[in-house]
Design a protein around this ligand. Sequence first.
Ligand code: FPP
Length: 247
Amino acid sequence: MGMFKNKTKTCKAQTVPRHIAIIMDGNGRWATKRGLPRTAGHAAGSETFRRIATYCRAIGVEYLTVYAFSTENWKRSAEEVGAIMQLFEKYLHEAIDTMANDHIRLKILGDMSRISPELRALIAKTDEISTHYDGFQANICINYGGRDEIVHAAKAFAARCASGECSPDELTEDMFSDLLYTAGLPDPELIIRPSGEVRVSNFLLWQSAYSEYYFTDVLWPDFDEKELDRAISAFNRRDRRFGGVKK
Ligand code: FPP
């Protein structure tokens, strides 16, 4: 139970998920509807991320993981990709200045090989600052793909086997989890996708084995605290059995 319970005294007590993941979708449509360039939608979306991360921390969520840029998003125009990368840089610069005050841990998850050296340097800095804290953690997935992550983990395990460090039959689910970008994180209990799309889109494929999904038509820049409350309430109404039978 988190602070959410206290905020809803008149309602039945709610369980706040430890780990919430969100596919931040609908930025482009939000901007187009207003006659704005798509990049304005991403700028608004990054403000929504800030607001929702603050709220998650306040209600007692421990981990928030957002899908910000997929391994497939490079197919977009150079202008749009450049604008999104600039937003990441801006966000990380601001985070470096405020993380110490807020005691927030920030992690970037994904394949960093295509990420610019400037952005990687900022990521190294936020990683370093994060080691000093153990509270709320925000994870931003950049150049992330669920299949890519699994292949990356399989290669890492194969390399260990090739070096004689371990043998294939020793592999367990826990060992494999520790080779993923999300090593050490609990699996997300709740995954939210706004914007009306009802797809997984290569997000947290391994980690979502028992996650509850919540879909809403609201576009990401319009997503707010009330929407998150709705998602958490829906999560509380679910009957999670993990393959067992109802008691
Ligand atoms: C999906 O909406 C959104 C993206 C591919 C980019 C998300 C990036 C941000 C929110 C900005 C940076 C984030 C941080 C955390 C600083 P879409 O463009 O696919 O929307 P559409 O389906 O309406 O076209």
